[in-house]
Design a protein around this ligand. Sequence first.
Ligand SMILES: Nc1ncnc2c1ncn2[C@@H]1O[C@H](COP(=O)(O)OP(=O)(O)O)[C@@H](O)[C@H]1O
Ligand SMILES: CC(C)(COP(=O)(O)O)[C@@H](O)C(=O)NCCC(=O)O
Ligand SMILES: [K+]
Length: 255
Amino acid sequence: MHLLVLDVGNTRLKWGLYARAQRNAELLAGGAMLLEEVDQLSRVLAAQPRAERVIGCAVAGAVVTARVCAELDALGLRCNWISAQAAQCGLRNSYAVPSLLGADRWAAQLGARQRVPDQAAMVISVGTAVTVDCLSREGVFIGGIILPGFGLMLKALEMGTAGLRVPEGDIAEFPTNTSDALMTGGALAISGAARQMHARLQAREAGEVVVLLTGGAAPKLRDALGLPHQHVEHLVFEGLLCIAGNAQPQMDQST
Ligand SMILES: Nc1ncnc2c1ncn2[C@@H]1O[C@H](COP(=O)(O)OP(=O)(O)O)[C@@H](O)[C@H]1O
Ligand SMILES: CC(C)(COP(=O)(O)O)[C@@H](O)C(=O)NCCC(=O)O
Ligand SMILES: [K+]
C-alpha cells in the first residue's frame, strides 16, 4: 500500500513515496520542484510505482493547491490535505486558534515529537520563511516565531536600496564585501533568533532541548547556528506519515 506525501511550500513542492503508511516506512523515492513547475507533477509521478493514498500539507494558497489537485486528478488520485489540530499524534497545540498554525509547521512538529518523545524539542525550519517552534517535554507545542528566510531578506534589501543587488556571498566572521555582508547578516539574524528561543525554552524546561533543523535552506544555516542540532531532511514527511498511520483509510478520500 504505497503512500504519497506532499509538502507544498511557498517556493517548492516536495514529494515522497513511502512503501507503507507507517512510522519508519521506507522512502522509496522523492523529489522537489519549484511551484512554477508543478504542471510537471503528474508526469513525474507517473514514472513511479502507483500510490494508493495521498496525504499532504499546503501553505502556498488556494490557486497552487488547486493546480496540485488537478495534477493528482490526472492520475486518479485525491489528496487528504491536513490542517493543524488541537491535538494529534501525541502533541497538543497551544495556538490561540489551532487551525491557523501552518499545516507544514504542525506536520514538522509531529515528526519531531515522534523522534523526541520524552524531551523538550525545538524545530527550526528554513524555507521561504523561517519558523522556530518550541515543544515542551510533556508534548505541548508552546509557541514559535516566524521570520523571513534568506531569499526574502535579500529580496527586501534589494527592493529597498540602490546598491545591494549583488551575487550570493558566504558567511564570514567580519565580512569585507557586500555579498558576504548580506549572507552573514541573514545567517546571524536567523541564528540569533533561534538561539534566543533556545535559551527561553531551556529556561522553561528542566533538562536538555533537542534541536532539529529542517527545510531546503537548512544547509545555509548549519555553520552559523551555533547550537548542537540534528539535520532532518524529511521532518514534515515524518509527521504526515504519523497522521496517515493513525487515520482510517476511508477518511483519506476527503479533500
Ligand atoms: N534547487 C533549489 N531551488 C530553489 N531553492 C532551493 C533549491 N535548493 C535549495 N533551495 C533553498 O531552499 C529554499 C526553499 O526551501 P523549502 O524548504 O523548499 O521552502 P518552502 O517549503 O517554503 O517551499 C529556497 O529558498 C532556497 O534557499
Ligand atoms: C509560516 C509559513 C509561511 C511557512 O511557510 P514556508 O516557508 O514553509 O513556505 C506557513 O507555515 C504559514 O503560512 N503559516 C500560517 C501562519 C502561522 O503558522 O501562524
Ligand atoms: K516548508
